[in-house]
Design a protein around this ligand. Structure first.
Ligand SMILES: Nc1ncnc2c1ncn2[C@@H]1O[C@H](COP(=O)(O)OP(=O)(O)OP(=O)(O)O)[C@@H](O)[C@H]1O
Length: 626
């Protein structure tokens, strides 16, 4: 076979399918781009251009050929050294390219080192190109005629291959960084908090969408401007630039560009470079109302009962429900009065649920259950540093937390007079000032108050302010005691037995008629709460299919028992208060001073018990954990 035939035969074996080659070029785009820079560079500083330089992939497929025109032609004529050919196919023999691929090292093959006669007039210098993970990506190979050997050729190829490797690594890093930045900016852009950064000169370098919305700025045109020129107040982050000290979760009230008053919680952090020099500040801010919403949903500041949960067919109760439904539609304050356990809290829930602000929070506070010295800060919050021991950053009170909803002031009759004065301001102006602070906060809160005392009597005795009484009493609901609505006793007793038996998984079908009679005969000083407790006790004791008289507590069965002999009154009679005090102390001793358990034992509310304990100086017996 002639040399020409050998060459053509070889070409037909080493040529890659055109389509496959196009795919390969696409796959290796990055490598080709980076190698091209170095191939051009070598080409530019060798004026004789008496060489050919090729780039192959890791399987010896030639991706790119460059070189002097004459030499390229010669190379083609003698070796078919062409783009789109593979130089590791069978029959090609050992080449510098195959050596570099097989050993992973630079390789040099000159003249007769080549096994193929058609290659023997050429000297080839090849160096592998690897990526950041050490994986072979390709080979750079310089080929020249043996007559014009260049002693620096191998060094030049190795240096260029290294250069390409670095270029690829940098490119990979840049791509990864870009990806990372894309994610980071997506996170920051979609944050529900406002986020901005300034440089060391106070110029805005970045602001996210929420931040621009809160401060009423144009997100794009404000970049590069000094923050002091962008907002109508002295930006607090400039202090961080001055002091180098950041802060966490501080409250600020400011006006944005549109004049809207914003109550924000802010965190600012200084950014320092590797030398510890301050280069900027990060500022993260959110509206307090967002936090209050979260607090309310976490602490369950929601009304759980609706009018559907209030049972009773008596005329008096139906009228109360009717009146409360009307009250729910109004924005005026509501005063619910009634004995302990008549359902005042239940009505307060239902009024909120039926009102237009039912989506807002329902915040309840029991004025009798909080020590007098703490009521003010509980209701109105306190400013930063108001008292030693207080949370450094201050705290909002129940009125602020109830913004947009309803506040239920239970046992309002127990509110101290000095706090009543502050309450008047809320009722009149809908504004509050935190304890120890001077910032005025607007609060949009509907007040529902309740008491089991006669507020009117308290006013006449100077214990309650008339002005507040009149303001609260705009809509007044007087809940009837249970003893005055006999027909509800049966209904409620059935309901409680069903509810408690279901909860306790007891199969109790109903209530014996004698039990109804006994229940009707009781005076119910603890009202519905007392009835609920009695039925709970009965369900627990019941081992039959019906609640029978023997399941009722003795104080109820005794009331309906026939009186056999008149007791010796002189022996039995003692002042009622003495008996009450003794009973309370005994019960407290029995429960180790646990107020909740004692209240349950005595069938009274915690508040009623607490009031009586204060009256009888028994508060010191309370368990410390209470
Ligand atoms: N009409 C009613 N229907 C169903 N349950 C009722 C009714 N009235 C009261 N209750 C239940 O009785 C218990 C006491 O009710 P609630 O706490 O509302 O009374 P209160 O008047 O606020 O008591 P206190 O003055 O002691 O705080 C609760 O468990 C409540 O669900």
């Amino acid at each position: 076979m002639s040399d020409e035939q050998i060459r053509d035969d070889q070409l037909s074996r080493i040529r890659i399918d055109q389509k496959a080659f196009q795919h390969l070029l696409e796959d290796k785009k990055e490598l080709i781009q980076n190698a091209q820079i170095f191939m051009d560079y070598i080409f530019s500083f060798m004026p004789e251009k008496n060489f050919v330089i090729v780039l192959t992939d890791e399987k010896a497929n030639i991706l790119k050929v460059a070189g002097g025109q004459t030499l390229m032609q010669l190379c083609n004529d003698e070796m078919r050294f062409l783009e789109g050919t593979c130089w590791m196919k069978e029959g090609v023999g050992k080449t510098a390219i195959s050596e570099a691929i097989n050993t992973g090292m630079p390789a040099k093959l000159c003249g007769e080192d080549h096994p193929m006669s058609v290659h023997q007039s050429w000297s080839c210098y090849a160096a592998p190109i690897v990526d950041a993970d050490g994986m072979l990506q390709g080979v750079l190979c310089l080929t020249e005629n043996t007559r014009q050997e260049n002693p620096n050729a191998l060094g030049m190829v190795i240096a260029s291959a290294k250069g390409i490797e670095n270029q690829i690594k940098n490119m990979d890093k840049a791509i990864k960084l870009k990806e990372q930045l894309k994610y980071q900016s997506a996170i920051v852009e979609n944050m529900s908090d406002g986020f901005l950064t300034i440089d060391q000169y106070g110029k805005l370098t970045y602001i996210n969408r929420k931040g621009a919305e809160l401060l009423a700025l144009d997100q794009h045109t404000c970049i590069g401007k000094h923050v002091g020129d962008l907002v109508p107040f002295k930006p607090i982050i400039l202090e961080v630039l001055e002091t180098g000290k950041g802060y966490t979760d501080r409250e600020y009230v400011l006006e944005n560009l549109k004049g809207k008053k914003m109550h924000l919680l802010k965190t600012a952090m200084p950014i320092k470079d590797e030398q510890g020099e301050l280069v900027g500040v990060i500022d993260i801010f959110k509206e307090i109302k967002q936090i209050k919403k979260m607090i309310n949903s976490m602490v369950g500041a929601q009304a759980t009962f609706s009018f559907g949960d209030i049972l009773g067919n008596s005329q008096a109760l139906r009228e109360c429900i009717q009146k409360s439904k009307v009250a729910a539609q109004s924005l005026s304050s509501v005063l619910i009065q009634g004995e302990s356990g008549t359902g005042k809290e239940l009505f307060a829930h239902a009024i909120h649920r039926e009102s237009q602000r039912s989506e807002g929070p329902f915040v309840a506070i029991n004025c009798a259950a909080i020590p007098k010295e703490l009521i003010e800060s509980e209701l109105f919050g306190y400013a930063a540093g108001a008292f030693t021991g207080g949370v450094k950053g201050g705290r909002p009170g129940k009125f602020e937390l109830a913004h947009g909803g309803t506040i239920f002031l239970d046992e309002i009759g127990d509110m101290p007079l000095n706090i009543q004065a502050k309450l008047l301001r809320v009722l009149q102006d809908k504004k509050i000032v935190r304890v120890g602070g001077d910032t005025v906060f607007d609060v949009d809160v509907r007040i529902v108050a309740a008491t089991n005392r006669s507020l009117y009597n308290d006013c006449t005795k100077g214990l309650f302010r008339w002005d507040i009484y009149y303001r609260l009493n705009v809509l007044s609901i007087q809940l009837p005691p249970l003893r005055e609505r006999e027909c509800d006793v049966r209904l409620l007793a059935d309901f409680f037995v069903q509810k408690i038996a279901g909860r306790e998984q007891k199969n109790i079908q109903g209530i014996d008629t004698r039990v109804y009679e006994m229940l009707k005969g009781h005076h119910w000083p603890g009202n519905v709460r007392e009835l609920e407790n009695v039925m709970e006790q009965a369900v627990n004791l019941c081992d039959a299919e019906q609640i029978l008289p023997e399941h009722l507590p003795a104080f109820i069965t005794r009331e309906s028992a026939p009186v056999e002999a008149k007791p010796d009154l002189n022996f039995y009679l003692r002042p009622l208060e003495d008996v009450e005090k003794e009973t309370i102390l005994k019960a407290l001793a029995y429960t180790n001073g646990n107020v909740s358990r004692t209240a349950k034992l005595l069938n009274v509310s915690r508040n009623t018990l607490y009031n009586k304990m204060q009256k009888y100086d028994a508060v010191s017996t309370v368990n410390a954990g209470e």
